[in-house]
Design a protein around this ligand. Structure first.
Ligand code: URA
Length: 225
């Protein structure tokens, strides 16, 4: 991968080099046709956030609004995600937010309208290269997976969200990985269970935020020794 920018590579700090590398990966992903989704989407929805982020959120796949805007989690699920971040005291601009699959999976509904669908395993596999590069460059200390697809993409197919939601797992992706519910799942709950499920989701995001802050304090204390 050639990271030279106008011959200035030698002047870049380590973090600037990582940011430049992330931009190279973003550009490469934008033309990806390794699965059929690349040909039917408006654009690639790559991750967003600083390469220096210590906390990464990984969702499933972009929906209609994300496909149009080219940014992850800006539609209805994104609004709920933002509320959970705010309740947990997490500044979205300081964290990295991405998806397991970078193009919107959709099918034509009966009226011809595009309807979101879950990504197929073959699509997740084809897109894995981009997620792995994001993880390798950002190197978050904490990863929160939103939903079972993201959790299994990061922690393996044996991971069971129903049994292991909200528990910390050490993995190659990051030393602290937690999986929680997908915000879209919260939104489709019937009235009687919505608040309970919403609380589970909010609690897990708060737990992720607490761990991220705690590790940040430990790192800062170690830096002054
Ligand atoms: N759902 C996701 O998983 N990701 C998005 O970006 C939006 C909705």
């Amino acid at each position: 991968m050639d990271l030279e920018i106008d011959g200035r590579l030698a002047d870049l700090t380590f973090d600037e080099e990582r940011q430049a590398a992330l931009e190279v990966v973003r550009a490469a992903a934008s033309g990806c046709l390794d699965c059929p989704l690349g040909a039917i989407g408006t654009q690639t929805v790559f991750g967003a956030g600083p390469v220096t982020a210590r906390l990464m959120f990984i969702g499933e796949a972009p929906g209609g609004q994300e496909d149009k805007a080219g940014r992850p989690f800006i539609g209805p699920a994104g609004k709920l995600f933002d509320e959970a971040l705010e309740a947990a005291g997490i500044d979205r601009s300081a964290v990295y937010v991405t998806n397991t699959v970078k193009h919107r999976p959709w099918i034509a509904g009966p009226t011809g309208r595009q309807k979101n669908r879950a990504p197929k395993q073959s699509e997740i596999n084809a897109c894995r290269q981009w997620l792995l590069r994001e993880l390798a460059l950002v190197q978050p200390s904490v990863v929160a997976c939103l939903g079972a697809k993201a959790a299994q993409a990061v922690l393996g197919k044996a991971f069971r969200l129903t049994d292991q939601r909200g528990t910390w797992v050490q993995s190659e992706a990051a030393p602290h990985v937690l999986a929680t519910l997908h915000p879209s799942y919260v939104l489709i709950q019937p009235e009687e269970s919505r608040e309970r499920v919403r609380n589970l989701f909010f609690d897990d995001i708060r737990i992720a935020g607490d761990r991220y802050r705690h590790l940040g304090e430990v790192e800062a204390a170690a830096a002054v020794l």
